[in-house]
Design a protein around this ligand. Sequence first.
Ligand SMILES: *[C@@H]1O[C@H](CO)[C@@H](O)[C@H](O)[C@H]1NC(C)=O
Ligand SMILES: *[C@@H]1O[C@H](CO)[C@@H](O)[C@H](O)[C@H]1NC(C)=O
Ligand SMILES: *[C@@H]1O[C@H](CO)[C@@H](O)[C@H](O)[C@H]1NC(C)=O
Ligand SMILES: *[C@@H]1O[C@H](CO)[C@@H](O)[C@H](O)[C@H]1NC(C)=O
Ligand SMILES: *[C@@H]1O[C@H](CO)[C@@H](O)[C@H](O)[C@H]1NC(C)=O
Ligand SMILES: *[C@@H]1O[C@H](CO)[C@@H](O)[C@H](O)[C@H]1NC(C)=O
Ligand SMILES: *[C@@H]1O[C@H](CO)[C@@H](O)[C@H](O)[C@H]1NC(C)=O
Ligand SMILES: *[C@@H]1O[C@H](CO)[C@@H](O)[C@H](O)[C@H]1NC(C)=O
Length: 300
Amino acid sequence: MAYCTIAPVMKMLNLIWYKMLISVSLASGEPTGTARLMAPSDLRVSKHWPGVILSWNSNVREEMEMNDVKYVLTYTFLNSTKEVKERCSETEKKISLNLYPGFVAKVKTQLLLSGTRNIIMESNWTEFIYTTPVYIQNLSCVIYNISNLNCTWDIKTEAPEDVQYFLSYRHNKRDYECQLHFKNINKKNTGCHFKEVYFIPPSKIKLNISVKDLRNNLGTHTYYKAFIPQRIEKLNPPNNVSIALENGSIRISWKHPPNIGSSKRSCFIYQVKIRDLKGKMVFLEVRCPSLTRRHHVALS
Ligand SMILES: *[C@@H]1O[C@H](CO)[C@@H](O)[C@H](O)[C@H]1NC(C)=O
Ligand SMILES: *[C@@H]1O[C@H](CO)[C@@H](O)[C@H](O)[C@H]1NC(C)=O
Ligand SMILES: *[C@@H]1O[C@H](CO)[C@@H](O)[C@H](O)[C@H]1NC(C)=O
Ligand SMILES: *[C@@H]1O[C@H](CO)[C@@H](O)[C@H](O)[C@H]1NC(C)=O
Ligand SMILES: *[C@@H]1O[C@H](CO)[C@@H](O)[C@H](O)[C@H]1NC(C)=O
Ligand SMILES: *[C@@H]1O[C@H](CO)[C@@H](O)[C@H](O)[C@H]1NC(C)=O
Ligand SMILES: *[C@@H]1O[C@H](CO)[C@@H](O)[C@H](O)[C@H]1NC(C)=O
Ligand SMILES: *[C@@H]1O[C@H](CO)[C@@H](O)[C@H](O)[C@H]1NC(C)=O
């Protein structure tokens, strides 16, 4: 029972202590917001598939931990405008790199009055830059005819010569090694073809491209990128197209192409091109149809 009452008292003392601190720093002419709360230091990364873990030393003095300590973290990927801003209680953050060559991160500490959103103090920002070599670009993948997957990439000119690229992916808790690598004229792998593989949306396809040094087995890099299967599906043409003549009109009907589940969430747009005997073109666009499509074209 006793500690239940002690805690609030200590918190109050703590608040008084801050007030004293702030007034002391006001007296010395420092801005109150940044007074005496040391910024995080020793920002560092450790590799952690599929990216890195960024961690830092908090530098929050024990007596300050009576209040809520939060870290504001922002990071911008190099060669991109993608910026992420977060607030967390831990002194680390997992960052997925995809194919970005690194990031610029900034962290600051905030002290919040316990159980509230009132910021008592903020530290200065600490900045950190992480770079990692990325040798490939323009990675793209396509699923076609239900059970085939092709992925291709370009190798950057600055890539070292003695490395080779290997693709594998994880989907629905299973790993798949590349079945057939495409090669460029320098015998470097620049893509991969898979057949008779099946996709279970919405489970993601998580690509792993590993770069191996052919001369020594040290220094492998792995690049990661994930796709939602439906987003990269190239649809088959519609099925069972049939044409019938009816009272001076032609009726054209077809069925949805078989697909990996794309039809469940999306609207298909069909385009119909008709050329008459004189070479005149009629062009139609049909949106979001039901399973079987009938279309009437008046014959002129
Ligand atoms: C915060 O940054 C300012 C300006 O660089 C500096 O004068 C001040 O000492 C810093 N405060 C702390 C607590 O490090
Ligand atoms: C960012 O892009 C520029 C030009 O596109 C390139 O010169 C530079 O090396 C890139 N930076 C990184 C870290 O890859
Ligand atoms: C590959 O990527 C580079 C840089 O992102 C771009 O300049 C180039 O046009 C791309 N090439 C193709 C074929 O998409
Ligand atoms: C699509 O796959 C089916 C069955 O796997 C095959 O019979 C057919 O030839 C394929 N079509 C194309 C255009 O590749
Ligand atoms: C995928 O790769 C195979 C094997 O090279 C090729 O025959 C096929 O045309 C490619 N398909 C697509 C849609 O890229
Ligand atoms: C990525 O692929 C390489 C080569 O197949 C493999 O050694 C590595 O364990 C894979 N990494 C992950 C995280 O799946
Ligand atoms: C296409 O039409 C024929 C005849 O009407 C039918 O036997 C076949 O099952 C149809 N195929 C599909 C994929 O619906
Ligand atoms: C053709 O037109 C006639 C008269 O307008 C109508 O009775 C008949 O049902 C139509 N046939 C079809 C297949 O639409």
